[in-house]
Design a binder for this molecule. Structure first.
Ligand code: MEV
Length: 418
């Protein structure tokens, strides 16, 4: 990857965009072909049941993204307009300050076994005494996960007093899942662990399943967004105030975090990852202190720029499941330069932060609807065949006339020509 900085990229038609990616960013044309390739029917039949059709969503590419010093073109699948443009724009405002710095995303998943019908205190002591032996009993050095350096790591116990009076013992098994999302692997470990726990404690293993609150996979992102590019010091200060509101007001925090997830989920979807797992984990993390809060924090730097921090668990994999079977998901990873699982997690979280900054900037400045309308008008103008040098003019006239439609795009384009 030479650069993700492609000025004017959005002004081209699809062929023009592909050409620039090949010529300027060194993307393989085969990757771009595969990004648009539908899966075979057999693949769809394997993925789900009673299959009758397939869902098609646009995959766009976020430009301008730099993560840990590397330019990366980020594929995003979403049904919502403005999301890709917004992420690209906010990423551009972070570029003068080095882009996004991200760390974490260790690929460790937790499997839980819940023991019931048991003396919880006694069971807890017994399981703790046998923790090393229980973990060792799950080892499978010939299995593909351990050959790749992953495998079961450690075990802990947690007592839970249940609402109607009795208690359950939750046994947590941590496993390194390497480049996988890891759900199948840790669920299998939980099922293998359960009978051993039952034998040891005399209890009944009621639930044997992973936890989507993937605390171990938390990614921390930081970035500084340029004051001038955001629209000046007032805008920066208003973004910080908007963030303080989201930290105090749960109703607002949910919407604020939805903006973050507009970025993360779109990257997860484009790469065939489990978006529901991701959403569940992120929102549970947002409520980890007992009150649901904003996932991001912003402050004004001494020079008046916007400095942001985001902490969010990301359950991203680059092997297995739909990621391996969908040609477009494979191509999405190729476009990003074949990241590892943790690298993909850090890229997705960075795009989440970009998305959040873009939404907050629009909200405190012109409001979200105007940006949406302008983008929609520009898309219609492009579809109506308006040349790239006239798109902004035509879009402007459509918005001013409060007529954002295909016929208005054609009419204003003819006016300009005439
Ligand atoms: C819309 O998809 C996302 C926003 O509502 C996020 C936010 O309000 O911060 C604009």
């Amino acid at each position: 990857m030479t650069t993700s900085r492609l000025p004017g990229f959005h002004e081209h038609d699809r062929e023009g965009r592909r050409k620039r990616l090949v010529d300027e960013a060194g993307v393989d044309p085969e990757t771009l072909e595969a990004l648009d390739r539908a899966p075979e029917d057999a693949v769809l039949e394997e993925m789900s049941e009673n299959v009758l059709g397939r869902l098609t969503l646009p995959i766009g590419v976020a430009t301008n993204v730099v993560v840990d010093g590397d330019d990366v073109l980020v594929p995003m699948a979403t049904e919502e307009s403005s999301v890709v443009a917004a992420a690209s724009h906010a990423a551009k405002t972070a570029r003068p300050h080095g882009g996004f710095q991200a760390e974490g995303g260790r690929p460790e998943m937790v499997a839980q076994v819940h023991l019931v019908d048991v003396d919880v205190d006694e069971a807890q002591a017994t399981v703790e005494d046998h923790a090393d032996e229980l973990v060792a009993g799950l080892r499978d050095p010939e299995g593909s996960m351990e050959k790749r350096g992953g495998g079961p790591r450690e075990l802990s116990t947690h007592r839970h007093d249940l609402p109607e009076g009795d208690s359950a013992l939750s046994v947590h098994l941590v496993a390194d899942v390497r480049d996988a999302m890891g759900a199948n692997y840790v669920n299998e470990l939980a099922e293998r662990l359960a009978p051993r726990l039952e034998d040891l404690t005399g209890g009944r293993a009621l639930l044997r399943i992973l936890s989507n609150l993937a605390r171990r996979r938390v990614v921390r992102v930081e970035a500084t967004f340029d004051r001038e590019e955001l629209g000046g010091r007032d805008v920066v200060e208003d973004i910080v105030t908007a963030n303080r509101i989201a930290r105090a007001d749960t109703c607002r925090a949910a919407t604020h975090n939805k903006g973050v997830m507009n970025g993360i989920t779109a990257v997860m979807l484009a790469t065939g990852n489990d978006t529901r797992a991701q959403e569940a984990g992120a929102h549970a993390w947002a409520a980890r202190e007992g009150r649901y809060q904003a996932l991001t924090r912003y402050e004004v730097t001494e020079e008046g720029h916007l400095h942001g921090r985001l902490e969010v668990p990301v359950q991203a994999g680059v092997v297995g499941g739909a990621t391996s079977s969908l040609p477009s998901a494979q191509a999405a990873l190729e476009l990003m330069g074949e990241p590892s699982g943790p690298e993909l997690a850090r890229i997705a979280a960075s795009v989440g932060m970009a998305q959040n900054v873009a939404a907050l900037r629009a909200l405190v400045a012109e409001g979200i609807q105007e940006g949406h309308m302008r983008l929609h008008a520009a898309n219609l103008a492009r579809q109506a065949g308006v040349g790239s040098d006239q798109i902004d003019d035509v879009a402007e006239r459509m918005v001013e006339a409060d007529d954002v439609s295909a016929s208005a795009a054609r009419r204003f384009a003819e006016d300009l020509e005439g």
